[in-house]
Ligand binder design. Structure first.
Ligand code: HEM
Length: 517
């Protein structure tokens, strides 16, 4: 009996070891170069170090191994790409073979998870969510959201005025986080008034991005079964992990809203104009007929194809938009402000544009379209700091060949966006310079060829891009009308970059000097 147990145990251990060695040696067996790391983890441990952002690490390897190389990260086998033609082929032309994204198992199984959201979904589930969500970011809706965003901008200015009255330097990153949290809280979470500098949810959300959860991410990606188990458990005990805590808060908010709407309907009260994303998603419907193939896919997974979102899906979307909209936009604003403070000529030119185009206390939606130089500043900022490049990934769902490279089903693709954005062959010898003017003639850079990807590319391009631009333009215009941005003793030049999900400056301390005193 004991020999049998021993034999079974040894066989089990050997099988597990062989499985992990098989994955780890995947690229070696195929003769694809790249950093190897260690069995089990591959290079995942190196990608998850908060102090040396993983997305910059990819750039170091691209220099060493060239624009196409292979890594293993946990149980993922990933092809890293910094070749514009291949990017375009995978993200646009062969999208049908690459419609999934690279996910950590703790984010749920995109095939079966009922709570799946747009960033994680794939196949027909993604298409349905994208079709239903797209109108939320239409010009008409953005126009409606403008007054909320402007209100938050003016509220932030009041705080800036208070905190800088004695000439102190302030950390713009934390101020921008207050701003984006307030905007997204009001447009996605049903928050009715400003909660700036007293919003308890902000700490939970900061913890998601800045807290140290790397060990958990590592374990879940190396042992996917543990990842799914942790996911199930944390939905039961959400207080243990910030992302799940936030999810459960979102769930309560959506449930309460649905109850109120139902009560109103029962009393014969007509629903108001939508107040926020929750209303928009609860109202949202798609007129698109789902093809037979889609119906079969949903039936296989015991799901009903509905043209409206289920309550779980509404929670998932609002949760995602909160996460996606909070950090990215605050970071982009922080980088832009830093670049303006360290490039006074650009700041002066932008001051002139803002003074000319936005002379009144309130800034109209149409006036934002006239801020052309501001647009160039924001585009150039995101070229130098493509902060959300981790999302520029795909999962191959049908084996194929791309520019002579065979890619098997199940392989992940991760773009090395930073190397593309800093390639002198594309941008010229002044690639390291902050030069918004390079965007004045955009025909020089064809955005659709796979060079410039701050918001990704193709059908899965960032859905919130226009909202992000609107928020940034509106707030920056208000700040620049009032203040000159200057570096101080606490400003880190160059910036110290950190982060394992998004790539963030550690802080951005600046002086804000009133212009018209
Ligand atoms: C400066 C701000 C932002 C940056 C730099 C950014 C960047 C990105 C990137 C790189 C992707 C991946 C695109 C791809 O795979 O092709 C993405 C996807 C996405 N972003 Fe953003 N984003 C920003 C703001 C926002 C905002 C404000 C929202 C919503 C409120 C948002 C929601 C999303 C969603 C839902 C996706 C997934 C789209 C899909 O898979 O269909 N983002 N974003």
């Amino acid at each position: 009996m004991s020999i049998l147990i021993l034999t079974v145990t040894v066989t089990a251990i050997l099988s597990v070891l062989s499985y992990y060695l098989w994955i780890w040696s995947y690229w070696m067996r195929r003769g694809v170069k790249g950093p190897r790391g260690l069995p089990f983890v591959g290079v995942l441990d190196q990608l998850l170090v908060h102090e040396t952002p993983g997305m910059l690490k990819l750039g170091e390897w691209t220099k060493k191994y060239g624009p196409v190389y292979g890594i293993t990260d946990g149980t993922h086998r990933t092809l890293v790409i910094a070749d514009p033609d291949m990017v375009h082929e995978i993200f646009v032309k062969q999208f049908d073979n690459f419609y999934g994204r690279k996910l950590n198992p703790i984010q749920g199984d995109p095939e079966t998870d009922q709570r799946v959201h747009l960033l994680a979904a794939q196949g027909h589930r993604w298409k349905r969510l994208r079709t239903i969500s797209a109108p939320t970011f239409s010009n008409g809706n953005l126009r409606k959201l403008k007054s909320t965003v402007e209100d938050c901008s003016l509220e932030l200015l009041r705080h800036i005025e208070n905190k800088t009255a004695d000439g102190q330097q302030i950390d713009m990153l934390s101020f921008y986080q207050e701003f984006t949290m307030d905007v997204i809280g009001r447009i996605a979470m049903g928050q009715t008034d400003s909660q700036m500098f007293r919003n308890p949810i902000l700490d939970v959300v900061r913890d998601i991005f800045c807290g140290n959860h790397n060990n958990l991410m590592l374990i879940c990606q190396v042992f996917p079964a543990i990842g799914s188990a942790v996911r199930q458990l944390t939905f039961k005990y959400p207080d243990k992990i910030p992302a799940f805590k936030l999810y459960s808060l979102m769930e309560q908010t959506v449930t309460t809203r649905m109850r109120h709407r139902n009560e109103d309907l029962k009393k014969g009260i007509e629903l108001d104009e939508p107040h926020d994303f929750i209303d928009l998603f609860l109202n949202a419907k798609t007129d698109e007929e789902f093809e037979n193939e889609a119906n079969e896919e949903f039936t296989k997974r015991n799901m009903k194809v509905t043209k409206q979102l289920t309550a779980e899906e509404v929670v998932g979307q609002c949760f995602l938009f909160l996460i996606a909209g909070f950090d990215t936009t605050a970071l982009s604003l922080s980088y832009a402000t830093y670049l303006l403070a360290t490039n006074p000529r650009v700041q002066q030119k932008l001051h002139e544009e803002v003074d000319r185009e936005c002379p009144d206390p309130e800034i109209e939606f149409e006036q934002l379209n006239k801020l052309k130089y501001m647009e160039c500043v924001l585009k150039e900022t995101l070229r130098l700091y493509p902060l959300a490049s981790i999302s520029n990934s795909r999962k191959c769902l049908r084996s194929t060949t791309v520019n002579g490279v065979k890619i098997e089903e199940g392989t992940h693709v991760q773009l090395d966006t930073w190397s593309l954005h800093y390639d002198p062959k594309i941008w010229g010898d002044d690639v390291e310079e902050f030069k918004p003017e390079r965007w004045e003639n955009t025909e020089d850079y064809n955005e659709h060829k796979g060079y410039y990807l701050p918001f990704g590319m193709g059908p899965r391009q960032c859905i919130g891009m226009r909202l992000a631009y609107m928020e940034q333009k509106l707030l920056l215009a208000h700040i620049l009308r009032k203040y000159r941005l200057e570096t101080g003793t606490k400003t880190a030049i160059p910036l110290k970059l950190v982060g394992s999900a998004t790539t963030s400056p550690k802080d951005v301390f600046l002086h804000l000097i009133p212009r018209h005193d």
